[in-house]
Design a binder for this molecule. Structure first.
Ligand code: KG4
Ligand code: ZN
Length: 355
């Protein structure tokens, strides 16, 4: 099955073309195209995402990315009979499913992706009456992003941590498609906290990766920032207290080594994420832990979780770098599973959609 996926929930315009097979038992994905048009340069002068600018860029980028996908497909397989000549002008790959993110995210941005997907559906359906379209939950995209890795195996039950710019969620997974939420952040998401602390340290947008770079040169034991909610037995998180302590530290101390602040903050944030995940794994007798979302691009987090999983003899699943931050390949993976499960999600933007 060939899946075209579209992702425009925030500041990355992403379009992907995948081949999916294996069904719900052994889903496998071959990535034909995974295009991401980053808007970093546009938003950088403002220090964060400006929703209207993001929407404008999505509108501009979507047709360009789609055109590039068609051109590449044409170049690679121009003699392949799978292609359909339309109006004797356009050569269009045969697509079986269009999967588009419907939430959570910035609603004006989500709508650009949804409307583009609907338009394409209208055009492509003329040639393929079997074509289907469905809305995908962005968080399920992250949850299933490890399925895009070339090699993996999963032993259930599993504990899954989704940690991005908008969310910090712990889930218990009984099987691939049977999961329940254990806890989430009560205030800021971990990625948001990285971004805000980065801004306090005058680092350029986007803050997370910049903070990581600075932290690498610093001493993580130099400042003892709080580890919020670590002592509480629930699976919720809170990051705004940690952010505020960094703010007070910067305000109250004259001689500051920014690299030590960055390293100490990073250590505190990672320790909270890790210890809560490991505790859930122990209490639920999980055999696997999975981590996903933009913050998982952080090398220190990846390293620490690898060490911890080995020590606890837990199977660990981490998406490849390119599948941690927002992309459309993960939306195709989640779309494939939704389709097989017969789950239908309407095609309207839902900014606060949860998992
Ligand atoms: O998943 P994602 O691309 O978008 C959302 O769904 O939110 O995650 C983006 C978040 C941002 O807050 C960004 O600063 C953070 O992931 N991030 C990082 C790193 N790379 C991205 N945080 C810490 N270290 C990184 N290397
Ligand atoms: Zn995301």
């Amino acid at each position: 099955m060939k899946i075209l996926a579209i992702e425009t929930s925030c500041d990355e315009t992403a379009v992907a073309l995948l081949e999916a097979s294996g069904g719900l038992k052994t889903p496998r994905f071959k990535i034909l195209e995974n295009l991401v048009a980053s808007q970093i340069k546009i938003h950088a002068p403002f220090g964060g995402v400006v929703p209207n600018l993001a929407k404008r860029e999505h509108l501009r980028n979507l047709p360009i990315l789609w055109q590039r996908i068609m051109n590449n497909e044409l170049r690679i397989k121009s003699k392949n009979k799978k292609f359909i000549i339309h109006n004797s002008k356009f050569v269009i790959p045969k697509i079986d499913l269009i999967a588009v993110t419907v939430g959570p995210g910035l609603e004006p941005c989500l709508w650009t992706g949804i409307n583009f997907a609907k338009e394409l559906y209208g055009e492509l359906r003329i040639m393929n009456k079997e074509l289907r379209i469905l809305g995908v939950n962005h968080l399920e995209g992250h949850l299933y992003s490890h399925l895009l890795n070339s090699k993996f195996y999963i032993l259930y039950p599993a504990i899954s941590l989704i940690v991005s710019g908008g969310h910090t969620i712990l889930l218990y997974q009984k099987s691939l498609t049977n999961y329940k939420k254990l806890g989430e952040t009560r205030d800021d998401a971990a990625g948001e906290c990285f971004d805000k602390v980065a801004r306090m340290l005058d680092l350029p947008y986007p803050g997370g990766p910049e903070l990581e770079k600075l932290a690498k040169r610093g001493d993580p034991t130099s400042i003892n920032f709080p580890r919020p909610m670590l002592k509480q037995k629930n699976y919720d998180f809170s990051f705004s207290g940690l952010k505020t302590s960094v703010l007070y530290y910067l305000r109250d101390n004259k001689k500051i080594e920014k690299k030590d602040v960055a390293a100490s903050f990073e250590a505190a944030a990672i320790e909270v994420l890790l210890r809560k995940t490991l505790r859930a794994a122990e209490n639920f007798k999980a055999r696997t832990i999975m981590v996903s979302g933009g913050v998982v691009a952080n090398r220190e987090l990846r390293k620490k979780i690898r060490v911890a999983a080995r020590r606890k003899k837990l199977n660990l699943l981490i998406p490849d770098f390119q599948f941690c931050t927002d992309n459309a390949a993960m939306i195709a993976a989640a779309g494939y599973l939704s389709l097989l499960r017969g789950k239908k999600r309407g095609l309207s933007a839902r900014g606060n959609l949860s998992i």
